[in-house]
Each structure stands twice: as C-alpha cells, then as structure tokens.
Design a protein around this ligand. Structure first.
Ligand SMILES: [Zn+2]
Length: 236
C-alpha cells in the first residue's frame, strides 16, 4: 500500500491511556480532493483527518494515527462523547450532497478497503465500531452518505452488514419509545421521548443512510424497524 505523506498541523496528542477503538468514514464535501487537502492542512481551518483518499485511489496521510485529528466535531456513540480521542478518521473525496453527490469510484473503494483492513487489524477495531460521521453526529452530518457501499466493505471484513431478509408477515413496529430505545441500543445518541421529534428523524435518516440506503424516509416504517432489529441481532 502506497501512502503519500502530506502532513497537517491540525492535531494534538491523544489523552494518556486512550487507545483507538473506532474507525470513522467521511466524505470531503468539496469540489475537488486537492481543495479538501488544502483545507485539512490549513492551520486556520482547525480541521483535519488521519487520511484522505482521492477519486483515483491515492491515499494521503495527513495526521499520524497516534495523534488526535480533528474530524468528528461534536459527536457521540454509545457512552463515548469525544470521538476524536478514540478514532481514526478517513476522508473520502466526494463533492457530497452540496456539490453533486456521486458514486464512489471503484479505484477509490479498493483503496478504502486496503487502508481500512490495515487500520482495523493494527488497532483490533471491532466491526461494530466502523461507522459513518452521520452515525455519530446525525443532526449535523450526512457523510459519507447513502452511496457509500457498506455492504461491499462488510464483505471485505470492514463493519457490519446484516443480511437483507424480507419483513416477516406478522412483524409489528412497536411504539416510538420502543423504536427510540432500539436506536440507542445500536449506539445512536438520542433522548427517548416517545415523540417523533427532529432529533429522532435525523437519527432514523442516519441509520437508513448506513444500513438501509434505498429507503431514506426518516420514519419508523416497517422496513426500517425490521432492519434495526436485524442489526441488533447481528450486534448481539
Ligand atoms: Zn465528516
């Protein structure tokens, strides 16, 4: 694996005793990869990531993995509220929803696979801890988005993709409160209010972008809740 060194000044030490246990994927959401690299290396931007992968599959190292890069922002998963402390962040060049969201090219996905397998192995990151920026920050972020091929990555040993089983005829959705509890059990951070509030809708969308990308409804419909249950079973 060839890695191009392109150091960013935007990092600090990880807190003592803290080890990497989460891999977080992003898209750059900018018109070009070079523009994104410039921003991630600009001291005034105060953002960075450990790696960036451009459309051609070139891998750039911006921050050493043992340092804390600034990629997640306000984010949480399960009991962790400082995701930058515990994660490796990978930026994948894509214009994003703002500038013409498009499929991730094959060469880029091959590079994502190669790099991720290496990171996961070196840090013994569990499959359940391979996540999207939108998972840990559903109300602020939607990257890497519904075109990111999680199914393919899972087949390569990266992350979790439960089998897509048809909804059984006697399946019932349950109350909003119960569905919110299930999202929390998956790892999402949200309040169990019993109401389909904005935060809950954002969280449902984040779940769908990752695990049910053909159904971005933002609702607890039968397919979505069924899919949440299959994920929970896979996480057991
Ligand atoms: Zn992001």
């Amino acid at each position: 694996m060839k890695i191009i060194q392109n150091p960013s000044p935007n990092f600090e030490n990880r807190p003592p005793g803290v080890s990497v246990n989460l891999l977080l994927f992003h898209y750059t959401g900018m018109k070009s990869a070079s523009e994104a690299i410039a921003r991630l290396c600009n001291p005034n931007s105060k953002v960075s990531a450990h790696y960036l992968i451009d459309e051609g599959g070139n891998i750039f190292s911006l921050v050493e993995e043992n340092k804390r890069a600034w990629h997640a922002g306000v984010a949480s998963w399960n009991d962790d509220v400082d995701i930058n402390n515990i994660s490796v962040g990978v930026e994948i060049a894509n214009p994003g929803h703002e500038f013409g969201y498009s499929r991730y090219p094959e060469r880029q996905m091959v590079a994502v696979e190669t790099l991720s397998i290496d990171i996961i192995k070196r840090h013994s990151i569990r499959a359940a801890r391979v996540l999207a920026h939108s998972d840990v920050s559903p109300s602020r972020k939607c990257d890497p988005g519904e075109l990111f091929d999680w199914e393919r990555l899972a087949a390569a040993g990266i992350g979790i993709w439960p089998k897509m089983l048809p909804v059984s005829v006697d399946f019932e959705i349950g109350s909003i409160r119960r569905c919110q509890k299930q999202l929390k059990m998956i790892g999402y951070s949200l309040k169990v209010t019993g109401v389909l509030d904005e935060c809950t809708r954002d969280t449902i969308l984040a779940f769908q972008r990752h695990w049910l990308p053909n159904r971005l409804t933002g609702k607890f419909d039968v397919e979505t809740v069924w899919r949440m249950e299959s994920l929970l079973r896979a996480l057991e």
